[in-house]
Structure formats: structure tokens, C-alpha cells
Design a protein around this ligand. Structure first.
Ligand SMILES: NC(=O)c1ccc[n+]([C@@H]2O[C@H](COP(=O)([O-])OP(=O)(O)OC[C@H]3O[C@@H](n4cnc5c(N)ncnc54)[C@H](OP(=O)(O)O)[C@@H]3O)[C@@H](O)[C@H]2O)c1
Length: 260
């Protein structure tokens, strides 16, 4: 029996978001969690040290949440039952080999909206069985939605949900600027844009049987206003630009993974 149920190597933005979700949903209490970080600054009432080995030896589950380049540099022995890695671009096999985990590693890709409980997390399919996978799923469900996907698709996951929040911010920013360019003050344009984008995403979710293309057509009456805007987006091939951008992101993810 280990002293802590869950340990974290690295207690930065993502770890804090995950711990916040776990505590809020009551999966664990503070006494069951330990964290290590570069500084050993007290961590919101949770046991905190700068001794990575101590946390790795005394936790049943160990979450790796340092930057990939830091993981490459640090050495510690690990006797956790299961390691969960949220590090981008480091495959489960190399983590297992480095820590001597004999395959007991689950790779996970969360994203930044996890910080407000609205994350989209992919967990890599693995052969570890329900006990480990159910616990891992519960952790990430405490900060948003979870899906299971093969690890060889993780570069694609990176280009959709990992980096995706930035594309959404980019589009939202352009819409806010568009409102201002057409006569609204910035605060009004921002408020209307956010509610419109959130509402549109909720419409898509609430109508799973209606293709997104159909929802677009439904707003575009012939000779109306919306079709004028959509025509300009189509002439400028916004869809192709988005796909090209995501392909560039996926390729960079592959490059980074292969250079490790
Ligand atoms: N942010 C995202 O959107 C996102 C999405 C998916 C995956 N990820 C992955 O999540 C991981 C963490 O990202 P983050 O945004 O949370 O990073 P972060 O905020 O920069 O936190 C990094 C943490 O690592 C600690 N650290 C640095 N050197 C260390 C060492 N030698 N030993 C132990 N701890 C050390 C830092 O300690 P101090 O607190 O003392 O400085 C800090 O707590 C990364 O691997 C990233 O690829 C991030």
C-alpha cells in the first residue's frame, strides 16, 4: 500500500487544473495527493517536495507533467503501479523504457480548457485493463470530456484538440475585430461574438444527426445576408486554410516526437 494514491512530477498549469478537478469532484482528498516541482513551494495544502524520487516511490499512480525536455534530463526511480503521462510528443514506450515500467504507462493528451473544467482529453488505448483505465478516465473526466483513441493517432489529436484552442481563439478574435470594423464597440462585439460561438457549438452538439454543413445552409437564405459572408469565406478558401494549418501542426508534432 503506497502512502499516496496519486503523485505528480511537475506542478504547473496542467497539474493544478487536474488536481483542482479531482478535489472538486471528490475523487480524492488532499491527503491522498503528493506533488514534486522544481521549487518546493507549498502547494495549496497538498504535500509538496522537490524530490521527484520520493513522489515516484510513494505514489500508486504517477502523473508525468513536466515539459518533455525536462523529463529527458531528470532521473529518478519509480515504483508506481501505473504511470500516466500528459507530456506532448513523448510516446508511452520510451517512458516505460526509461522508468522500467514494463508497459504500465498510459499516455494522455489534455488541453488548456481543462483549467476551467471544459477540457477535451484523449487517452491512448492500451492493454492495461479496467482498473487502471477507469481510474485514469475518472481523473480526466473531472476536468472535461474524455475519449479513448489509438496512440498512433496522437499527432492528429495534437492538431485537433491539443492545439485547437488557439485556432478557436484566432477565429473569435477575427470576429471581434470584424464587429468593430463594422461599427460596434469592442466590448459589445466581444460579448456578442462569444455568445454566438458558444451557442453555435451547443447547437451542433444538440443536433448530432444534422451535418454541420446543413446547419450552415439553414442560416443562409437565398439572397440574404449570411450567404454573402459565407461566399467570401469560400472564395478565400478558409476551409482549405484551416486544413493546411492543422496538417502543418500534425507534421511538427511528428518531427518533435521523432527528434526525441
Ligand atoms: N498546457 C497545455 O495545453 C498542455 C496540453 C497537453 C499537454 N501538456 C503537457 O503538460 C506538461 C506540463 O505542461 P504545463 O503547461 O503544466 O507546464 P508548466 O506550467 O510550465 O509546469 C511545469 C512544471 O514542471 C516543474 N519542473 C520543472 N523542472 C522540474 C524538475 N527538474 N523536476 C520536477 N519538476 C520540475 C515546474 O516546477 P515549478 O512549479 O517549481 O517551476 C512546474 O511545476 C507538458 O509536458 C506539456 O507538454 C500541456
Amino acid at each position: 500500500m503506497k502512502k499516496y494514491k496519486l503523485g505528480f512530477i511537475g506542478y504547473g498549469n496542467m497539474s493544478k487544473a487536474i488536481v483542482g478537478g479531482i478535489l472538486k469532484s471528490g475523487i480524492l482528498d488532499k491527503s491522498q495527493i503528493a506533488v514534486s516541482r522544481l521549487s518546493d513551494t507549498a502547494a495549496d495544502g497538498i504535500f509538496c517536495t522537490n524530490d521527484n524520487g520520493y513522489v515516484a516511490e510513494n505514489s500508486e499512480y504517477l502523473v508525468l507533467a513536466v515539459k518533455p525536455q525536462i523529463f529527458k534530463q531528470i532521473e529518478f526511480s519509480c515504483s508506481a503501479d501505473c504511470v500516466i503521462s500528459i507530456m506532448a510528443g513523448v510516446d508511452s514506450k520510451s517512458i516505460s523504457d526509461k522508468l522500467g515500467m514494463d508497459g504500465r504507462v498510459i499516455r494522455v493528451m489534455p488541453n488548456t480548457p481543462s483549467q476551467i473544467g471544459k477540457g477535451a482529453t484523449a487517452i491512448a488505448n492500451n492493454a492495461l485493463g479496467d482498473r487502471y483505465n477507469d481510474f485514469c478516465k475518472r481523473i480526466f473526466e473531472s476536468v472535461g470530456e474524455v475519449c479513448f483513441i489509438d496512440e498512433d493517432k496522437f499527432d492528429a489529436v495534437t492538431c485537433v484538440s491539443g492545439s485547437g484552442p488557439a485556432y478557436a481563439y484566432y477565429f473569435v478574435k477575427a470576429m471581434i475585430d470584424g464587429g468593430v470594423a463594422n461599427g460596434l464597440d469592442k466590448a459589445t462585439s466581444k460579448a456578442l461574438t462569444l455568445d454566438t460561438v458558444i451557442g453555435a457549438c451547443e447547437m451542433i452538439k444538440a443536433n448530432p444527426d444534422i451535418p454541420v454543413g446543413q446547419l450552415i445552409s439553414n442560416v443562409c437564405s437565398k439572397g440574404g445576408t449570411t450567404i454573402e459572408a459565407i461566399n467570401v469565406l469560400e472564395e478565400n478558401q478558409l476551409d482549405k486554410t484551416v486544413i493546411d494549418a492543422m496538417t502543418a501542426c500534425r507534421k511538427r508534432s511528428e518531427e518533435l516526437r521523432q527528434s526525441k
